[in-house]
Design a protein around this ligand. Structure first.
Ligand SMILES: [Zn+2]
Length: 251
């Protein structure tokens, strides 16, 4: 059976550079799956760019697509990222643009309703914890409507919370040119559970004037490579298994 080969030829990797004709008249059994990175535009301390979460979600999505295609059982493409999310906890820091949970959930629902007219299934690859409530709500509705949609997050064990060792290491691995190495300063390293009461009232600004939760000073590209691989492996396994829970989270 060499249908995987034919699908690989039929569908380019990236939706943005494809043409409509390439996706036209595809038999329903051979329609592509669509991977949609979901990130944020929010402060990430003095050393990381505002698009850190979007960058991570997009990089994980690219490798995820390549890995799934290598398995050959489905044609997967990567959509241009949704680069704004629910970042209310980072309001007050210049550069942050939050569209909030309500608007993000609406966006995800309408995005998927439209894409599912030609795509066989959709997976949202999430790079920002604050987006989870919107994804749960939106994908639960989409699944209720009969659309084969799901989501998974870019997660690794023992991660710190925000712009610390984890995210800084991953960026040193995928985009070292955007990390301001001379601006690495430790942030608030208290456990997130201790910080939550103050954060619920005043956001990240209430616990860290720098906007950093964790310590980026010991971040390395090597650690980033390992953490990034763990994020990718987790998504590959979950997408291949394709057992979404009621709210669409892949297990
Ligand atoms: Zn982040």
């Amino acid at each position: 059976m060499n249908s995987a080969y034919h699908r690989r030829v039929a569908f380019p990797n990236e939706l943005g550079i494809s043409t409509s004709r390439q996706l036209q008249n595809t038999p329903s059994t051979q329609r592509p799956g669509l991977i949609v990175p979901v990130g944020s535009t929010e402060q990430h301390g003095p050393h990381l760019p505002l698009d850190t979460d979007t960058r991570i979600a997009a990089a994980v999505s690219d490798v995820l697509a390549a890995r799934l295609r290598a398995h050959g059982d489905f044609g997967w493409m990567v959509a241009p990222a949704i680069a704004y999310g629910a970042s209310g906890e980072h309001e007050g820091f210049s550069g942050t643009i939050s569209i909030g949970t309500r608007a993000l959930a609406e966006l995800v629902v309408e995005f998927a309703r439209s894409a599912c007219r030609w795509a066989a299934r959709l997976v949202f690859v999430n790079g920002h914890g604050g987006n989870v409530a919107a994804l749960r709500e939106a994908v639960a509705l989409l699944r209720y409507e009969g659309r084969d949609t799901a989501w998974c997050s870019c997660v690794a064990r023992n991660s710190d919370a925000h712009a610390g060792h984890t995210e800084t290491s991953v960026l040193l691995h995928i985009s070292p040119e955007v990390v301001r190495q001379d601006e690495l300063v430790p942030g608030n390293r208290a456990p997130l559970t201790d910080l939550m009461p103050a954060m619920r009232r005043g956001g990240v600004a209430a616990v860290s004037s720098l906007g950093v939760l964790g310590d980026p000073t010991a971040a390395t590209a090597e650690d980033g490579g390992r953490i990034f691989a763990e994020m990718v492996d987790g998504c590959v396994e979950r997408v291949r298994r394709w057992t979404p829970d009621r709210e669409g989270m892949l297990r």
